[in-house]
Design a protein around this ligand. Sequence first.
Ligand code: PLP
Length: 399
Amino acid sequence: MRSTRLTWDPPENALAAVARAAAAGGALLDLTDSNPTVVGLPYPTRALAAALARAPLADYRPAPLGLPSARAAVAADYARAGVAVDPDRIVLTASSSESYGFLFKLCCDPGDVVLVPEPSYPLFEYLARLEGVVPLGYRLAFDGVWHIDFASIGETLATARRAGQRPRALIVVNPNNPTGSFIKRDELARLAALCGETDLALISDEVFAPYPSGPDRARVSTVALEPLFEAAGPAFSLGGLSKASGLPQLKLGWIVVGGREASNSVAALELIADTYLSVATPVQAALGDLLALGAEVRAAITTRIAQNRAALTEALPPTSACTLLPAEGGWSAILRLPASLSDEAWATALIVEDHVLTHPGYFFDLRGGTFLVVSLLPRPELFRTAIARLVARVDVALR
Ligand SMILES: Cc1ncc(COP(=O)(O)O)c(C=O)c1O
């Protein structure tokens, strides 16, 4: 007996089967790896171990929103980036995925709608469905830069209402994965107006905000703290150790609560968090040290991303039929390929012929072209070799 929240036995993704078969004949060069702990980055492991060893192990005093010292440590980390956050507005969770779960429980009844950006992070479908909530997409458009397609938000809201569904929250990923685009000031004003008019909460996933690249074109970094939302509606910004400090294994995320009725939202989140009490005490006790040490890991990740992005630019001369889309942040790069093959066919050919693993664009709902998405985290030698094979594959196909 199973719920109908998910399709529990989905057919295996065709590309995954091809990759498994190809991997049997020798290791693939994996350009999809976005786990920072397995790509040869220097971690201050001794100092991390010492920080965790200092945490009291036989002392448990449940604090649903997180230990006051840990919430203060997150606020201090924002302060280091020049952002003032009241620790009372910070709620700790075990991950961003759990933050979404808490916020869907807070904002939605079963069957309610959350609007999710497309292209974006493929996990939304699961995160929403597992909470009994319906994810409906709205588009981001690319015309040299990425921006929110506000007309498509209107269409999605109308579709939901025609189906008798109640839209309750709109998600932005800031900067988005994989487009790397930040929310801009003018978009923020339109989002606030929209949330106010249509009674939507805004959830801004800012896990990649510590990784800006390129010029700052009026980007907004902590949406929940924007004064525009004080009247418009509830607003939440998500962050976490997994990306900010490259420490996904320590399982700690946070929600910055802002916007209208922020203290009521914190009180309601406290009730939800008290039901689970999911964040382990030692990681909370060590959080100040972990965030400080995380700065080193973050610097190493930033260097790696810049190095691999430079390698991509170098490997793709302006005459190449494969082009790199511009990005303002994040850990991914999007490559536009000739439309002579579908994204899946390019990804398959790369696996079978070249032993290179990439994500086809459809995986992230990229449309309007033929795209592959690659992670910028892999080891530079592997990255360069794999990209050279990809460029050669495009050249061969066009000959
Ligand atoms: C946009 C976005 N949000 C959240 C996450 C996951 O974060 P966490 O490990 O804190 O659940 C990811 C992981 O890749 C992501 O791409």
